[in-house]
Design a protein. Structure first.
Length: 276
């Protein structure tokens, strides 16, 4: 495990492990949980550390406060200024800069453990770096989703590119091009497939934790291999993904896990499942 992983020193997020779930809370409610350089570094360090912490089977990503999950980059802080430069042709080059949120998504940090995301309040702009790479997203009734980039003179590039994996083309086009003039409600987000469930504000954390803990209770090797298979199919297309299926299947097979599962099945005991 990364020896630099010490959540007690973190300034912008809190991290705890409970019931095999790593709980990550964005903790800058005074600026609506906007991310700065420090948060980016702490998130990246956490995702990479979780890869090697066997106790963590799943992750729950949430945010402090009730006003916002995350409003993207902190435009009032150290990330707000772009250095003005010129290229060889004498034209402005200030659109050439590193992607500020590139390491916010778990998959971008090569973390292949399921991430459950609980969204309450505003979720906009750079927040989609998180959503695009989470596996199950829930939202409270007061959640709203929008992308203000174009309204403020900035091209929306990375976020909508990543989000095309989550919602239909027409929806990401409307979300992006309408800028700050239209917001998607939690009910609309459910309808277009951006989220999988809408809950009350009071029930959001409990429901998200239940999903995370339920997934964490199952054999992690089978869960993680299944996760990789689905993302491979989404990223590569069906035929290319199927060519990887045998290796993914082999890496996700565990004789001990299968034996334990067979014993549970033969016992006749059945889960007390919920219906969604």
């Amino acid at each position: 495990m990364d020896t630099l992983f010490d959540p007690s020193t973190y300034e912008t997020i809190s991290v705890e492990i409970r019931n095999n779930v790593g709980i990550v809370t964005l903790n800058r409610p005074d600026v609506l949980n906007a991310f700065n350089d420090t948060m980016c570094a702490e998130i990246k360090n956490t995702w990479r550390a979780f890869r090697e912490i066997d106790e963590v089977h799943t992750i729950l990503l949430t945010a402090a406060g009730q006003k916002a999950f995350c409003v993207g980059i902190d435009r009032s802080g150290e990330m707000s200024a772009l250095e003005e430069t010129e290229n060889l042709y004498g034209t402005s080059n200030n659109y050439m800069y590193n992607d500020p949120g590139d390491d916010l998504g778990p998959k971008s940090c090569d973390l292949w453990k399921p991430v459950i995301c609980a969204v309450n309040g505003m979720c906009c702009g750079g927040a989609f770096y998180f959503l695009a790479e989470c596996d199950i997203v829930l939202a409270s009734e007061n959640a709203s989703f929008f992308d203000p980039h174009v309204t403020y003179g900035m091209p929306a590039v990375y976020e909508p590119m990543k989000m095309t994996q989550r919602i239909p083309l027409g929806e990401i086009l409307r979300l992006t091009l309408m800028g700050n003039h239209e917001r998607i409600s939690a009910d609309t987000a459910l309808r277009i497939g951006l989220i999988s469930e809408v809950t009350s504000i009071d029930d959001l954390q409990e429901k998200a934790a239940w999903i995370a803990e339920t997934i964490a209770s199952q054999p992690p090797i089978a869960v993680q291999a299944s996760l990789r298979a689905i993302w491979a199919a989404n990223d590569l297309g069906r035929l290319d993904a199927l060519s990887l299926a045998p290796s993914i299947l082999t890496s996700g097979m565990s004789k001990s896990a299968m034996k334990a599962g067979q014993e549970v099945f033969e016992s006749g005991e059945r889960l007390n499942y919920r219906t969604r």
